[in-house]
Design a protein around this ligand. Structure first.
Ligand code: SAM
Length: 336
């Protein structure tokens, strides 16, 4: 889940940086949007190319301090907005010639180790997990949502095999006291019958909660749709993801915009659909041996990209129908 992580020296490593730069080619100039500014790793590299402009977005207001430093260095070429990427449309960029839009999903190490954010099971205190522009916290979810819906979150967003017993025990325990981070870790550890000594018992439940609290499924789906709309001809949409649920959504969307569904040979031939995007490489780009050695946490990173071939705004996709079950689980937050 962690995207840009560090080694034990706490050095910041923008994941797949060389590969992202090679895909979007900023050396030819142009305007780019980095939807996940974070520590500015990608943005600083793009701004090294002199004819570029960059708009950086991040939902976490703590990114503002780093963004201010970049702005002081490049006041004419850099702009930061504390915004969720699903709201890309708010920027009214339809007349801009956007050459590339990039995403590096997840969280930075700095966010993971911030006890106030409560993203990690290694810290103590109140459950939180809000990255910015949220409507509820992980504490609200764990202490208020009913058992059946807690189960759905753990199962579908975390692929947690013991979701049923964990949700049952959470509901039992919270009758006695409000559950905080260490209580939740203890409940999970005491519930799990199958122990995996390589992965912490709480990993999947914490991943599921982070996805739910930050509405990551709808963020990703609407971020992708809006990006595909505002890109211009030859513009590139590149996304780095870190877990299989994210990659499944990205892969589906990219295929949906670039490939016909295969029809049965017994059905009449459908009218050949025209596609406005191309996917030059079908397989994801993954970290090199060197990157894996320098930053082992990059091991689950996957970079995929598509190129827009026409200047059209409306795009045809059934991604919302395809992932409606996951979107419905996110909508359970109306019960809070
Ligand atoms: C892995 S970090 C990006 C690191 C960046 N590539 C760098 O090199 O420094 C991901 C960032 O995306 C931000 N983020 C996650 N979801 C977001 C969303 N829906 N909208 C805007 N920013 C988001 C997080 O707050 C975090 O700062």
């Amino acid at each position: 889940m962690e995207a840009t992580i560090v080694s034990d020296t706490t050095k910041h490593y923008p994941v797949l940086l060389k590969e992202i730069i090679s895909v979007i080619s900023p050396q030819h100039g142009g305007t780019f949007i980095d939807c996940t500014f974070g520590q500015g790793g990608y943005v600083k590299e793009i701004l090294k190319c002199k004819d570029t402009k960059v708009i950086g977005l991040d939902r976490d207001k703590d990114s503002q301090k780093i963004a201010d430093k970049v702005y002081n260095e490049f006041p004419d070429r850099f702009l930061f907005k504390n915004l969720k990427f699903s709201k890309l449309n708010n920027l009214k960029l339809t007349n801009e010639n956007i050459k590339g839009i990039i995403f590096d999903l997840g969280y930075s190490f700095t966010q993971m180790k911030d006890p106030k954010k409560g993203l990690s099971f290694n810290y103590t205190g109140k459950l939180n997990m809000q990255l910015g522009h949220n409507n509820f916290s992980a504490s609200d979810v764990i202490n208020k949502l009913d058992e059946k819906n807690l189960y759905k979150i753990f199962k579908y967003f975390g692929d947690e095999k013991e979701a049923k017993f964990i949700s049952k025990n959470i509901v039992k325990e919270r009758d006695l006291k409000e559950i905080n981070t260490e209580d939740l870790v203890k409940i999970i550890e005491n519930t799990k019958r199958k122990k995996n000594f390589r992965v912490h018992s709480a990993t999947k439940v914490f991943q599921a909660l982070r996805i739910f609290v930050n509405e990551e499924i709808s963020e990703l789906i609407f971020g992708l749709i809006n990006s595909a709309k505002i890109l211009k001809k030859d513009g590139i949409l590149a996304v780095v993801s870190f877990h299989s649920l994210e990659d499944k959504i990205i892969k589906y969307f990219f295929k949906n915009l670039t490939e016909s569904k295969s029809f049965s040979r017994y059905e009449p031939k459908a009218e050949q659909k025209k596609f406005f995007f191309e996917m030059p490489i079908k397989k994801p780009i993954v970290p090199s041996e060197k990157e894996l050695k320098d930053n082992p946490s990059s091991r689950s990173a996957k970079l995929r990209y598509i190129v827009k071939k026409e200047n059209i705004y409306e795009i045809e996709t059934d991604i919302i129908d395809q992932f409606h079950e996951l979107l419905e689980i996110e909508n359970l937050s109306f019960k809070l």
